[in-house]
Design a protein around this ligand. Structure first.
Ligand SMILES: [Zn+2]
Length: 448
């Protein structure tokens, strides 16, 4: 029997990321050099703009779902989208297909995909206090897109990989995400895309972000405030910011630099507005949920340390304040899976599906819980729904195959195992799939 909590899903995911990275080289390869849109200098670049966009479109929906989808508060999303697009319009690459949203995740984070799909979490929006800080954050993320940091890094990675013939050192930096493993989803497929930027990239994004936000008429103190906010969160609740640090290393240096620039290079903008009221108005509903969100942050910290009973208490408190919160329901469901209580897990994931049926993750967890209960038909249904919304996760294909096997539908199961092997050729799950196909006579043992 395959256990979803088993570590193999993470390990095989690393392999999958490796394969995906390899497949990138056929996606948007251009000649080895391009002119950087920001600096005007030639840079080593193997990825075309259309390559950046298709990579973004393929992977960003998986990350947004891992972060519990866009918030259902359409006012908040359209506020962010408007702010982001106004800002992006005056940058070096105004024609990229930008989109901005707030995702339901409660950690303190923001990130950009190379085609311009940008997200902030509920956690980081709660920490900021005015539009100048928000513009600083969005400007920083837009800057990563403008300076093509992801594409340049991936070009170097593709090259390193070609040189080292399959070296996977690039992927070793990926962190295990226990919750994702419990959900049977594997580590987020986009880990490699969102891996750490270099310090030089961060400095450049800070510098450009400040330029963009002041060009938009915002007070440069917003960048100083943002750096201050992030440092404050870091000392107050370090675990909440962990991911932010992994994608955006923070340091005193960045705060000092922002302050110096605001007082010198951007002194002319010192009387520009920060628009505190506008920010407070647009985030009022979110701020009313602060208590529940802080309980979720605490619960996730417990989950990360595998203190599942403490996590359960935190998620209970969150749900008593916000009984319909999708992220809280999904987190509680994952916690119940980790506590080996599949029936309770399923109750919570079913409630999550009811409050946000368009979001994929709860369907998957519901499937995992049903599988643990031995209800393969119900599990299969959950995985099918997930795949309809978010195709391309090999873990889901594998779990479907296991369900079909459990139902005695050998030929259907074999079809899914084959499909799994096609998308993910190595690791323990692949070995398992291959063994089954050989036993059932669908694959010759010499096929390997
Ligand atoms: Zn950054």
């Amino acid at each position: 029997m395959y256990h979803p909590q088993n570590r193999i899903s993470t390990r095989s995911m690393k392999r999958r990321d490796f394969l995906w990275l390899a497949s990138v080289s056929t996606l948007g390869l251009v000649s080895g050099c391009a002119v950087n849109p920001v600096t005007g200098e030639r840079q080593f670049m193997l990825m075309s703009e259309s390559g950046e966009i298709s990579l973004d479109q393929k992977h960003s929906p998986h990350q947004f779902s891992a972060d519990y989808g866009e918030v259902q508060d359409s006012n908040l999303n359209s506020y962010l989208d408007r702010k982001g697009k106004d800002l992006a319009a005056i940058t070096h690459r105004p024609d990229m297909p930008y989109s901005f949203r707030c995702v339901n995740a409660t950690n303190v984070n923001a990130y950009a995909f190379p085609g311009g799909s940008i997200a902030t979490t509920r956690g980081i929006l709660l920490e900021m206090e005015n539009e100048a800080e928000l513009d600083a954050l969005l400007g920083h993320e837009i800057a990563h897109v403008n300076a093509r940091h992801t594409a340049a890094r991936m070009s170097r990675a593709i090259m390193a990989q070609a040189l080292l013939a399959g070296a996977s050192l690039y992927l070793e930096s990926q962190q295990e995400d226990y919750a994702a493993v419990a959900a049977g989803l594997g580590a987020v497929a986009t880990g490699a895309l969102l891996a750490s930027y270099s310090r030089a990239n961060e400095r450049e994004a800070d510098e450009l972000g400040m330029q963009y936000m002041t060009d938009a008429g915002m007070n440069p103190q917003g960048m100083v405030g943002l750096m201050d906010v992030l440092q404050g969160v870091n000392s107050r609740k370090p675990s909440a910011i962990e991911r932010m640090f992994s994608t955006h290393p923070m340091s005193q240096e960045r705060y000092d630099t922002a302050r110096y620039r605001a007082e010198n290079e951007y002194a002319h903008a010192r009387d520009f507005p920060v628009h505190r009221e506008r920010y407070m108005d647009n985030t009022a509903d979110l701020r009313r949920m602060r208590g529940a969100i802080e309980d979720m942050q605490e619960g996730e910290e417990h989950m990360g340390r595998q203190r599942f009973h403490e996590a359960e208490d935190s998620f209970s408190r969150a749900l008593s304040q916000a009984p319909e919160d999708y992220a809280a329901l999904v987190l509680m469901s994952k916690c119940q899976l980790a506590l080996n209580r599949p029936q309770r897990a399923r109750n919570f994931s079913d409630r999550a599906v009811r409050v946000y049926p368009q979001e994929a993750q709860a369907h998957h967890i519901s499937g995992v819980a049903a599988m643990d209960l031995g209800r393969y038909d119900a599990a299969l249904e959950g995985f099918r729904r997930y795949e309809d919304m978010l195709p391309g996760n090999p873990n889901t294909i594998f779990l479907k195959a296991v369900c079909l096997e459990g139902m005695g539908r050998k030929s259907d199961s074999a079809g899914e195992y084959e499909r799994f092997l096609h998308s993910s050729g190595a690791g323990e799950k692949a070995d398992y799939a291959r063994k089954r196909l050989q036993e059932w006579g669908y694959m010759d043992s010499s096929d390997e």
